[in-house]
Design a protein around this ligand. Structure first.
Ligand code: NAD
Length: 280
């Protein structure tokens, strides 16, 4: 049975075949080819089976985001398959899942390598979306340090003095990594993505119920319940709400939007900034 005879399809590449990423790419899947990359073979199988049963053209590739060569091979594979119209990056680990070193390498450096690699293969009119986090707003970084970080090559980020002095635990490493994602995207929008005629943005989700968030809920001393209680909307978010915003940012109605972040947190950061909720 041939579902689709068109073999000249645009490609959507997703690195991190998790809950949020899958919900986002599904919005654009019809008539396109999806290339899924993940370190977990089990995740790739589960997600690709689900997509295939919806009639979606999907290929998979084992990718270790921590390995720059593996990420570059993933971008090359996407280009081989067709015009790379969308790139979505959700490979990450949360504070309760990993050490500060691992978080900096995965959530910050690996994300930078992926932005660098896809900045070389996106098609004109394409768009990328990097999933950051509300925590990117939780540890203010002085402007001049941000400028320094924005202009630091991805491979040099771990040598930055501010990062070395401040990423003292997994929570702080995560806050820094996710803020650096905003800066990486700002830089790429103005340079590599501009040169290719493509756009790139971040979404900073608040508490979204996924397996990753469950690890945080079950972690002793977690502050998620307090955040939910102090947020304006007093609830968690869903992957569908992130996918809806992702569809806007990747889609044609956002043609004037690039190099920016969309915070979708139910008002947690507003509560912190206004003093209604104090982070410990
Ligand atoms: N769920 C939330 O509440 C929440 C909130 C804010 C930000 N985020 C961010 O959203 C992103 C996606 O989170 P999710 O909730 O969909 O999680 P998820 O665990 O469902 O997805 C993450 C995926 O990344 C993959 N991955 C991990 N290490 C990898 C590696 N080295 N190489 C390749 N793939 C790797 C995992 O196998 C998994 O499939 C993460 O960056 C996370 O930090 C999540």
């Amino acid at each position: 049975m041939i579902f689709d005879r068109n073999d000249n399809k645009e490609v959507i590449a997703l690195l991190g075949a998790g809950a949020m990423g899958t919900a986002i790419v599904r919005r654009f899947a019809s008539g396109r080819k999806i290339l899924l990359g993940d370190i977990s073979e089990a995740n790739l199988k589960k997600v690709s089976d689900d997509l295939r049963y919806s009639g979606i053209d999907v290929e998979t590739m084992i990718v270790d985001a921590l390995d720059k060569g593996s990420v570059e091979a993933f971008a090359d594979k996407a280009k081989e398959l067709g015009e790379v119209k969308y790139y979505v990056h959700t490979a990450g680990a949360s504070p309760s899942q990993a050490s500060p070193e691992h978080i900096l390498k995965l959530d910050m450096v690996a994300t930078g390598h992926a932005i660098d690699a896809f900045g070389k293969v996106m098609t004109r009119g394409g768009a990328a979306l990097i999933i950051s986090s509300q925590t990117g707003y939780m540890l203010p970084i002085p402007y001049e340090i941000e400028q320094q970080l924005l202009n630091t090559a991805t491979d040099e980020l771990l040598n930055n003095e501010f990062i070395k002095e401040n990423a003292t635990n997994s929570g702080k490493a995560y806050m820094i990594a996710k803020r650096v994602n905003h800066l990486q995207v700002m830089k790429a929008a103005a340079t590599s993505f501009k040169e290719r005629g493509a756009r790139i943005n971040t979404i900073s989700p608040g508490i979204i119920v996924t397996p990753l968030a469950y690890d945080e809920f079950n972690h002793p001393g977690n502050t998620y319940q307090v955040m939910i209680d102090h947020s304006a909307v007093e609830r968690t978010g869903s992957i569908d709400e992130i996918a809806e915003a992702g569809a806007f940012l990747l889609g044609e109605h956002a043609g004037f939007v690039t190099g920016t972040d969309l915070l979708i947190d139910g008002g947690v950061i507003a509560a912190i900034r206004s003093g209604a909720y104090r982070l410990h």
